[in-house]
Design a protein around this ligand. Sequence first.
Ligand code: ADP
Ligand code: ZN
Ligand code: ZN
Length: 768
Amino acid sequence: MLYASVALDIPTRAIDGTFDYAIPEDLTKEVQVGATVLVPFSRRLAIGYVLGVSTEPSEGLDPSKILPISQPLAPSAFGPKSAAVARWMAREYACPLCEAVRPFLAPGQKLRVTRASEDSPWELAGERAGAIDARWAMLGPAADGFAPAKNASRQREVIEALRQGPMRLAELSATIPGASSAVKALEKRGVVTVEARRQLRGVNESTTLSSAAAPRPERLTEGQLSALAAIDEARGRAEGDVVLVDGVTGSGKTEVYLDAIERTLADGRGALVLVPEISLTAQTVGRFRSRFGDDVAVLHSRLSTGERFDQWDLVRRGQVHVVVGARSALFAPLANVGLIIIDEEHESSYKQDSSPRYHARDVAARMAREWGAALVLGSATPSLESLYRCELGQWRGVRWTRVSMPERPGSSVLPEVQIVDMAAQFRGGGRSVFSAPLKDALLDVAKRREKAVLLLNRRGFATFLMCRECGCVPECPHCSTALTYHERTHSLMCHSCGRSWPVRAYPDPSTRCPNCGSRYMAAYGVGTQRVEDELRMLLPEDVEVIRMDADTTRTKGAHQRLLEQFDAAECAVLVGTQMIAKGLDFPEVTLVGVINADTMLKLPDFRAAERTYDLLEQVSGRAGRGERPGKVIVQSYWASHPAIQAVVGHHREAFLQPELAERKEAGYPPFSRLANVLVWGRDGAGVRAVSAQMADALRARVEGQAGWEVLGPADCVKARVKDRYRRHVMVKAPLDADLGGIVGECAASVGARKGINMALDIDAYDLM
Ligand code: ADP
Ligand code: ZN
Ligand code: ZN
């Protein structure tokens, strides 16, 4: 008899771990690790996932009392190694086991069962959308010279559409109403043929962007060679070693990844490559496709569920060996993983903001250990966590090594960076969003017929007050974090300790800067639209202005179209939010301007300075990637801040040293671990009560233990969202602490309360 350990899909902290079920003789082939099954549970049926199969039941269980699995629901989606990782995630991130398993399931797999009638078997709701053979229409032998009748406009539209290439019938009908009867008529005449094909959705992404097909360089740089050597060594040791490729923007990190993957494939193993969602453009994908062709599966959130399923299924069938994708691609069912790459590893989007609240870097490290693979982290601005682990030389039992690539290949050099003090501009009478130096530089670009990129930092928009004359932002005297401004209540608030002060902003006559006495204390922020308008007024008409923000990129493919437009233009300025800062590689860009460098700097978040530095260094890297040297102009109200100053001369140490000293002093990561417990709900009193209970439970549990500290409860920066009150408790813990385990236990002891939600965010990134 075989027994399965099954994680039930009942997401509550009350049901934890796996339960044993017997596998009926006739189901042993279908019920393997990774399968979804239906099982009886407390007199009803439940969906569960098989995490283990063995010949003996768990210790202490009487085999005669073990219930059998009722029926299989979905074939295996993952193997024993992934099951081990899921179990680890559940504890590490304090989430129910089933939530840690879900990322490993097939895209679109539903968590509900239905059945056609009383006697038919149960099946997963909506599963039929999985692998299906679709019917495709294409032009047939009689298409040439065929002219549809005058009144047959549908037929004309269908033929027109098919001239671009074969299309799925479903897609044709979606775009041309009534297409199916037109296709039938045309099929009879041999103008159109229809055939069933294995459906493979969303693989024909293409782009006209020149840099997508960069040829293999003739010679690798010193830095690239040493990075590859370190990666080879890590792969050879096969113990999950981590290599941090610390390479300036444009130093050729992608080239290193491509070669490392090639070597991994030659060993008969596969590679997972994660890039931030935002830089997962046709440009990036193109570079992997041009090297590995059809051996690449691509996974990201802009694909439909069906498209994602197809890519995922290719991986599961072992038909491709390289997976390129955003965060969740980490869970793709790749067999024999030999290499995991995380590009732009400092990106906070690698942290998932819903359960399971995992960080891809840490899960990848765990997976690499499980597989005996190497983990490669790449960035021009590595996270302080990764730098610190490399400094230590090892972390959680594996080696961490840093290799630096300080130079760009060939004649391309890092751009010169100029900081403009905006408070001084204001005092000199400047009221435009562009300082005098930035105006001059933009006009120069127009005159020389070149290209510029302008970044408008939208994070932290208008949440604090700032003096326009001296740049002062009021801080909490007790916590030294910036106070956030709440317009509705006219108050300044501290989100660490919960204190607040009444205040009115400019133009209220009572307002005064606590530092210089100026009356220009105002909420801070400008919009992309305003920048675009001022830009059009400033520049001659023959300069194209392209705006890229949440508004202009809402439709599918818009992001790429705008980039292609910018690429094709002779002389243009691209204005955009954070989404333009990464990955773009346009050799003709000679100027990068940052309108407002410091909107994030004063957010009540200990990573504010790190994020500001990262963004500035990354966006500076967009300039001067070609023959002509680049220039970067950064407008700032805190020109002397180390995070801003370090970008001048690309001198990271100038930022790192004071920053690390501060973090150490305050006991923040990378010197500690930090969890954020978020409590929210419509009932404000209930939220207060539960957050207080949780803080009490945590204090009682860790009181007096070295390195532990419980902060709060306090209102969140976003104290109310969609009529829900939000409060939080923060927990600092020593590096080797079982933080997830302990926070999870405390949450379980507090228990659930109707209408009140609690999220446990271990190693939190979002503290707002
Ligand atoms: P990163 O990922 O570090 O920003 P890329 O890999 O995109 O850098 O490389 C930047 C540019 O330099 C690309 O156009 C790439 O084709 C080119 N490049 C990379 N390595 C070399 C090399 N060894 N010799 C010449 N050009 C190279
Ligand atoms: Zn405070
Ligand atoms: Zn002032």
